[in-house]
Write a protein that binds this ligand. Structure first.
Ligand code: ATP
Ligand code: MG
Length: 444
């Protein structure tokens, strides 16, 4: 498993070849990519050709000194992290370096541990800076959806196309990826925004009730129907109906829905004449509808009617730095609700959060951050504060040493935790049926 460190590139700058050699050896061993430069001029040249996440620079060097490099980086490379190396006699200069924009300073001589600590803590700040103000990938908070990742940019583009139109939209994505948020945004940004948005959980209403809930009934249509009642479709008149978990519809209900989509007419129970409705249909699923079609569990004609404008939400683990943006967003949100300041996360904690697979996606992240903000006793959140399963699942070494069975057990546990123990959801994510999942839980 690739850990986050593999992608971090450091530039070490020192006129002493010995220091460069030590720094390079120790940090390479810690998994960083390290390039070196013997002076400020060479460093500036290197920074112009490769992307560097962190610069470790000596302060006193013969030609121009390290402070020049700090200024250059801050003026031209914005967020890049900086660790300043100083001789014991130049602490006042170190203070000045910090004021100019260095993240950490380290007095020579230093131990390997001190070096690693300075580097990880400077990278921690870098992550927070990037999460707050990414330069090349601006954070979009369009319609309450936060993202800076290319994967989500495509989603935003599709949403912009979908919003003004009347066409049916099928939103698919794993559990917790934001499907409902997307549906609401499409409705509230479109021309129907003044009319209702009516969400219906197709999996949550017993089949016997669904028809009357969706289409309504006339007084006396069946025993107990003492009043006429409008269904969700009538309620949504002029607006949008959001059919969540649409794959859970039974075949007879699929047929009824298809009729509505084809005729734009609704048959109230107990009324012979259909009534015209003007409702836009937005549907969502966390299942592979096309596969269900192949298996004969979902009507093909209905699938094509729904899938006019498909929007596919990528899982959180494919959204890069979005994890950091969302961690920060929810930390501020929940801290704000408690009228306190959001606690910062250490570099190690952020690396674990980013390496985690997030089977429950944004919802899982939201829950975890809420718990952390609520429970944290000190003023920072560190790796040790994170759930054990996260520390385990993100640790590349442990995974490489574990047997297939152990890795499987850990993955099953992680997925279950991500969906709050919901076995139906977990089985869907794992691509197995519930019976197999139960067997695996027993086995492990
Ligand atoms: N990009 C995002 N930015 C901010 N918050 C988000 C984002 N995506 C999702 N959320 C939040 O995460 C939670 C889950 O989102 P939502 O309910 O829309 O997911 P879903 O795909 O419908 O999940 P499920 O399949 O479990 O119903 C919500 O609280 C939502 O506000
Ligand atoms: Mg949902």
């Amino acid at each position: 498993m690739a850990t986050i460190k593999n992608t971090v590139r450091l530039l070490a700058v020192d006129d002493s070849a010995d220091t460069l050699e030590v720094v390079q050896r120790q940090l390479t061993a810690a998994g960083y990519e390290v390039i070196t430069a013997p002076g400020v001029a060479e460093a500036v040249r290197a920074l112009g050709t490769v992307k560097v996440d962190l610069v470790i620079t000596d302060l006193r060097m013969p030609r121009s000194d390290g402070m020049e490099l700090v200024r250059h980086v801050r003026e031209n490379l914005g967020e890049t992290a900086i660790v300043m190396l100083t001789g014991y006699a130049s602490i006042p200069n170190a203070v000045e370096a910090m004021q100019t924009g260095a993240d950490e300073y380290l007095a020579k001589p230093f131990t390997e541990e001190e070096l690693l600590h300075a580097v990880t803590s400077a990278l921690g700040r870098l992550r927070l800076r990037r999460a707050g103000a990414p330069t090349d990938e601006p954070v979009s908070s369009e319609w309450g959806l936060l993202s800076a990742s290319p994967a989500m940019r495509r989603v935003f583009r599709d949403m912009k196309k979908a919003s003004p139109s009347n066409a049916t939209v099928l939103i698919s994505g794993e559990s917790g990826t934001g499907k409902e948020l997307v549906a609401r945004a499409i409705h509230y940004q479109g021309p129907r925004r003044a009319a209702p948005f009516v969400p219906v959980n197709c999996g949550g209403i017993p089949d016997g009730l669904l028809e009357s809930e969706l289409f309504g009934y006339r007084k006396g249509a069946f025993t107990g129907a003492s009043e006429s009642r409008a269904g969700f479709f009538q309620t949504a008149e002029g607006g949008s109906i959001f059919l969540d978990e649409v794959a859970e519809l039974s075949l007879p209900m699929q047929a009824a829905l298809l009729r509505v989509l084809q005729d734009k007419m609704v048959y109230m129970i107990g009324v012979r004449q259909p009534a015209a409705v003007d409702v836009r249909v937005l549907a969502a699923t966390n299942r592979d509808l096309q596969r269900l079609v192949e298996q004969g569990k979902f009507r093909e004609d209905l699938y094509y009617r729904l899938n006019v404008l498909p929007i596919v939400l990528p899982p959180l683990r494919e959204r890069g730095d979005d994890v950091l943006i969302l961690v920060r967003h929810f930390a501020e949100k929940f801290a704000g609700e408690m009228r306190k300041k959001a606690p910062p996360f250490t570099e190690r904690a952020l690396a674990l959060l980013q390496a985690y697979s997030w089977p429950g996606n944004v919802r899982e992240l939201e829950n975890i951050v809420q718990r952390l903000v609520l429970m944290v006793e000190r003023d920072v959140i560190d790796a040790a504060d994170l759930p054990a399963l996260m520390r385990f699942s993100a640790d590349g070494d442990v995974q490489q040493d574990s047997s297939l069975a152990e890795a499987e057990a850990a993955h099953v546990r992680a997925v279950l935790a991500g969906v709050n123990g919901n076995k139906t959801r977990a089985a869907q994510i794992l691509g197995i049926d519930r019976k197999t999942l139960r067997e695996k839980i027993k086995e492990h």
